[in-house]
Design a protein around this ligand. Structure first.
Ligand code: NAD
Ligand code: DAU
Length: 362
């Protein structure tokens, strides 16, 4: 890993990954290609360690000429592909962008990498890598008592977002089998931590609790997710790139499965402790059950034994510690919150997603 193209590096996980590479891999140069959609922000890239090792390029992964140019100009040997449309609720309202970025964008990157690395071959193939960052949502939903998802679980995506990510996974794998492009894939569960765009459950609840707005819990709140602190995910990706076997998939997760309602209660408890003088104390009075997400996956759970035994990875932060640090981070970064949440797209999304749900957020 010398010259790394990170796609989507101004988003939540991508920006945490950029930070982690700059901290842990001295000498690596990062080219960060990001379109700066509503979900990406240069605010996420403030105060980077070793900023001279980081070059930001605003552009679209679907732009083949741009990707071709970057691969050659910077002699890229590693692509770490985060860029995507990522919010399930938006994929239900407006799926087109998900197909464009997640499917066509991934295809564009694969074609560019095939041409630069497999056809032209400036480097031996064992010195290049295309790592695709994917999700556990490609596996569908679990009933109570079903075994956890693992690398062999059949694909059964149920939302347009999940289906677009499943398509991209299949494309990535096909470029390994057919063209010998050296790829790895990680399928990870729900991430949380600093810099997550506040349309997702945890930052949304923290911001609403801070501001005394309703905390909208979909359906009965008994849906189960597996939560992983973002830095643990970044560590897993670095390990897979450096030590993972080419052509392989690694399932990554936090090894915990709380129902959503429990997560929301925990956030309220942490807010009570951190802001005992808030006019909204106790914060759980703000919880409001609202109309469920269509096709809502009921339960995710990840079997992490492959990455544990092969690569020696396991999550370092407990959910309780990670959640406390996360709530604290949002409360200590009001300028970041203002910058990302005052953009018109965010306000109109909140209106669009919640105003028609029974009990919705005003
Ligand atoms: P995010 O929505 O916070 O950020 C996505 C980034 O991609 C943004 O910076 C955006 O500007 C950029 N982007 C979007 N379309 C682009 C395009 N056409 N060209 C260039 N850049 C573009 O996403 P995230 O939550 O950080 O997720 C990153 C990746 O990890 C995604 O591939 C997602 O599927 C995967 N993933 C996310 C989670 C999670 O819990 N957030 C869990 C597992 C896997
Ligand atoms: O599992 C990995 C996936 O996790 C990633 O691939 C996605 O990119 C990421 O967005 C996330 O998807 P989810 O749909 O699980 O995340 P979200 O934060 O949107 O929702 C988490 C759970 O909380 C889910 O069961 C829906 C519920 N929820 C969400 C919101 C926004 C609510 O109850 N109320 C809400 O307002």
């Amino acid at each position: 890993m010398k010259n790394v193209l990170v796609t989507g590096g101004a988003g939540f996980i991508g920006s945490n990954f950029v930070r982690s590479i700059l901290q842990h891999e001295p000498g690596v140069h990062i080219i960060n290609l990001d379109a700066l959609t509503y979900a990406g922000s240069l605010e996420n890239l403030q105060d980077l360690p070793s900023p001279e090792q980081h070059t930001f390029v605003q552009g679209d992964i679907c732009d083949r000429r741009l990707v071709d140019k970057l691969l050659r100009q910077y002699e890229i040997d590693t692509i770490v592909h985060f860029a995507a449309e990522t919010h399930v609720d938006r994929s239900i309202v407006d799926p087109g962008a998900f197909i464009q970025t997640n499917v066509v964008g991934t295809f564009t990157l694969l074609e560019a990498a095939r041409s630069a690395w497999v056809v032209e071959k400036p480097l031996p193939l064992d010195q290049v890598r295309f790592h695709h960052v994917s999700t556990d949502e490609v596996f569908g939903t679990l009933a109570p008592g079903d075994p956890s998802f693992n690398e062999n679980t059949p694909y059964a995506p149920r939302s347009p977002y999940a289906a677009s990510k499943a398509s991209s996974d299949h494309l990535v794998r096909s470029y390994f089998t057919t063209f010998g492009l050296p790829i790895t894939i990680s399928n990870c569960s729900n991430n949380y931590g600093p810099n997550q765009f506040p349309e997702k459950l945890i930052p949304l609840m923290v911001l609403h609790a801070r501001d005394g707005k309703p905390l909208p819990v979909y359906g009965d709140g008994q849906q189960v997710r597996d939560w992983l602190y973002v830095q643990d995910h970044c560590d897993a990706i670095r390990l897979v790139i450096q030590k993972g076997r080419v052509g392989e998939t690694y399932a990554v997760g936090g090894d915990n499965q709380p129902p959503n309602l429990e997560i929301v209660h925990t956030i309220c408890r942490i807010m009570d402790q951190l802001q005992p003088n808030s006019p909204y104390f106790p914060h759980e009075q703000l919880i409001q059950f609202v109309t469920d997400r269509p096709g809502h996956d009921r339960r995710y759970s990840i079997d992490i034994s492959k990455i544990q035994t092969e690569l020696g990875w396991q999550p370092q932060r407990s959910l309780e510690t990670g959640l406390r640090e996360t709530v604290q981070w949002y409360l200590e970064h009001p300028d970041w919150i203002t910058a990302v949440s005052q953009q018109p797209d965010y306000q109109s999304w909140i209106q669009r997603n919640y105003s028609n749900r029974e009990g919705g957020v005003k």
